[in-house]
Design a binder for this molecule. Structure first.
Ligand SMILES: *Cc1c(COP(=O)(O)O)cnc(C)c1O
Length: 398
């Protein structure tokens, strides 16, 4: 059975051209770029090239890029740096819909280290109110962190506008752009965004490499202390193969950007519209007019997302659900909860996230398969006879 992979917001296939680029640096050109000899030096040259390639995609300076191990490390580094560089500022502004790499860190800082955090809510389409945002920034706000695009719904946030407001208030602005990089145009030359996180494995580079953009002259405190790698901003011998791969993936992202926004978007729309036509009681979650081109998050009423995933898995179709089964109770995603998606729909949410490696035949196959799966599950569903909300509303009590 062929796998139909529609879970690209979780991770992506390494592009074969990226793999070829990194391959020589495992067994043949394995020098340490910090070494004095030419054997290491030739790797250093490739790291400089990779830095320039990442910078070209983001439209920033190469020395504003720090390579890290992942998006989570970049996010943690950004927030920790802003806090330790401004010890008298003890307030953070973020949103309820961030990735756990930001959200769990903020909860930790609140509970264990006594910081004050404002979590901005959203409307039913997942949008943030800019007036509420402006009012949330205080004189003691050390950093604002708002994602560029949401991993679950694909919603795009107005981070350029938000960065201008933060700059006016003298507050550092960080964006988690892990889902945005490679899918939509980013131009750091025309926005006052101070820091930006990205991750290799979300744009067809391998897992275990990321980057953090830190604007020139922004006070910075390293997270990992040790050797002088990355201009003393991130210690640890460089993940040379991963960095070379990330550079190549960024170069490819520039050439494929139009494709993301035309053919990938067309496939996504065909999938989304096809499912809505074929399946009753299905709704799209998020801001349909302002989303990533590859993502659709659809709730199928009166069924469990995890049941749908299991049935799809048997047909070789990979996607994600917005609910996580913890301690026997299915908790709907924090993103859908922030949007106030009704209980009977929040549980049945499925995220399909496509890439340039998906085909029209794969979309057809999902359109052929999923309606039957949903129909069969609804026959079994305890909700289906009486289509009203079940008694349990615990999930929304938080
Ligand atoms: C995947 C993801 C991350 C985490 O990146 P890792 O490289 O897996 O640590 C952070 N933020 C968003 C929005 C993501 O989608």
């Amino acid at each position: 059975m062929k796998t139909i992979y529609m879970d690209n917001n979780a991770t992506t296939r390494v592009d074969p051209a990226v793999f070829e680029e990194m391959r020589p640096y495992f067994c043949d050109l394995y020098g340490n770029p910090s070494s004095m000899h030419r054997f290491g030096g030739q790797v250093g040259v490739r790291l400089r090239e990779a830095r320039a390639r990442v910078a070209a995609l983001l439209r920033c300076e190469p020395d504003e890029i720090i390579f890290t191990s992942c998006g989570s490390e970049s996010d943690n580094t950004a927030i920790r740096s802003a806090l330790s560089a401004q010890p008298d500022k003890r307030h953070i502004v973020t949103t309820r819909v961030e990735h756990p790499a930001i959200l769990s860190l903020c909860k930790f800082l609140e509970k264990k280290e006594g910081y004050d955090v404002t979590y901005l809510g959203t409307d039913e389409r997942g949008r943030i109110d800019l007036d509420e945002y402006r009012d949330a920034i205080r004189n003691d706000t050390a950093i604002v962190s708002v994602m560029w695009a949401n991993n679950e719904t694909g919603n795009i946030y107005p981070v350029e506008k938000m960065a201008v407001i933060a700059r006016e208030r003298g507050t550092v602005f960080h964006t988690d752009a892990v889902q945005a990089v490679g899918k939509i145009a980013i131009d750091l030359a025309t926005t006052p965004i101070d820091m930006l996180s990205l991750s290799g494995h979300k744009l067809h580079a391998p897992k275990g490499v990321g980057a953090l953009f830190v604007r020139k002259r922004l006070p910075f405190r390293p997270f990992l202390i040790g050797g002088h790698q990355e201009s003393s901003r991130r210690a640890g011998t460089e993940n040379t193969t991963g960095i070379i791969a990330l550079g190549k993936a960024c170069e490819l992202a520039m050439t494929h950007m139009d494709e993301e926004n035309t053919s990938v978007k067309t496939l996504r729309n065909r999938l989304e519209n096809g499912l809505l036509e074929r399946i009753p009681d299905a709704i799209v979650n998020g801001d349909r007019g302002n989303r990533l081109p590859n993502t659709t998050n659809i709730s199928f009423g009166y069924v469990e997302g995890e049941a749908i995933l299991l049935m799809m898995d048997q047909m070789g179709i990979c996607a994600s659900s917005g609910s996580a089964c913890t301690s026997g109770s299915l908790e709907p995603s924090h993103v859908l909860r922030a949007m106030g998606v009704p209980f009977t729909f929040a549980h049945g949410s499925i995220r399909f996230s496509l890439s340039r490696f998906n085909t029209g035949a794969e979309v057809d196959s999902v359109l052929d398969t999923l309606p039957t799966i949903i129909e069969n599950l609804r026959k079994l569903s305890p909700f289906s006879a009486d289509k009203s909300a079940p008694a349990c509303t615990k999930a929304f009590s938080e």
